[in-house]
Design a binder for this molecule. Sequence first.
Ligand code: ATP
Length: 189
Amino acid sequence: MKIGLFFGSFNPIHVGHLIIANYMATQTDLQQVWLVVSPQNPLKPKNTLARDRDRLNMVQAAIDDNPKLKASNIEFDLPKPSYTIDTLTYLAEKYPQHEFALIMGGDNIATLHKWKNYELILRGYDIYVYRRPNYDLGELATHPRVKLFDAPLMDISATYIRNCLQNGKPIQYLVPDVVLNYLSEAKIY
Ligand code: ATP
């Protein structure tokens, strides 16, 4: 199976993430998309990043009814900070039956050349890039491993959602109802 990996802190997951994940899982040759939740980095101050378990639970709840989307906590047990190339290598060993690809926004492909072992990533993995307005894709956009897509976009961020919560503003419609309920019970942010 060809699986797209969508990495993020998902702090919390919102409809912007879900639209991209679902687009990639249904409108490309990817058969599944795994949302890989980045763990807290023990060397960084925790400040606004919710606990790993809560962020994973919210991702799981958000995609529970979609068989093409999976939540992954694979990086929780890998050495931290986790580098994408190391996670990819680990996944390739653990799931030799699957082919993995990366999903990223146009903002990320522009700086991919600064990632650890980015040449190795490009040698071994396809990269599915969705364009984002106001971001220049950079030189790697023409690399044969890079595939460009125009997915529907929702211009929101997890930061915006956390700010709404802090200011007592509603986040209905910005996150799925299950996430809304989780947040109102757990009072995370
Ligand atoms: P924060 O505001 O806390 O930085 P975020 O909303 O950008 O969070 P991440 O967990 O960092 O969320 O996102 C995971 C990936 O999804 C990142 O590569 C990010 O660029 C991308 N992304 C985030 N929001 C959107 C959006 N609205 N549309 C498309 N891609 C998004």
